[in-house]
Design a protein around this ligand. Sequence first.
Ligand code: FES
Length: 234
Amino acid sequence: MELTINDITCTFTPGQTILEVATAHGIFIPTLCHLPNCTPTGACRICVVEVRGARTLVASCAAPAAEGMIVGTDSDRVLRARKTILRLMLDSGNHDCLLCPAAGDCVLQSLAFRYGVGTGTFGRPKPRHRPETGNPFIVRDFSKCILCGRCVQACNEVQVNEAIDYGYRGAATKIVAGCDTTLGESDCVFCGECLQVCPVGALSIHDARGKARLCETRPVRTTCPYCGVGCQMD
Ligand code: FES
């Protein structure tokens, strides 16, 4: 079966989403909430594309590809929508990249650079959640959370731990462990799956805080300092 993306004819198999078809043909569509092999949630909308004949923009991570579809991934309308979504996300939290434990390893930051948007568009006061540091492994900072839900999917669909989920409503929505307790008091087993998929600096390991920014470092060959065996590592 075939569809057209940005005037490029793309083949696909039934069941694939527009995002999967585009990715398979080397066409970039940004994503934040999308987690491969998990149920699409369409939570962030950054992956919107224009489909000829559709009245609204379509979330490509959740929309199935169809025969003869004509898709545009970088029209003015799409770019305007993406920039607005990024500005809303940047102003929804405390995204001060210079002080963030993600240290440049952040999808939101990369997309902000790519699309040339910054903070301060909507002038919303910064939320000031205190980072939850009460366990030896994971630091949670809700002031940097964009509610993409990838950590929830990683916990519930990938690891099937079901330790965290969305809680509360509206502007008070946040990711909660159990009945909004700390990770240490919840069913969390600290497997780290959520850490790996967080696209921003909302989840970090204790060790990572205060380290150099990844974009300003280069790998070197060295000796692991931890157990005394002397393994070489990059
Ligand atoms: Fe498609 Fe978030 S990546 S809605």
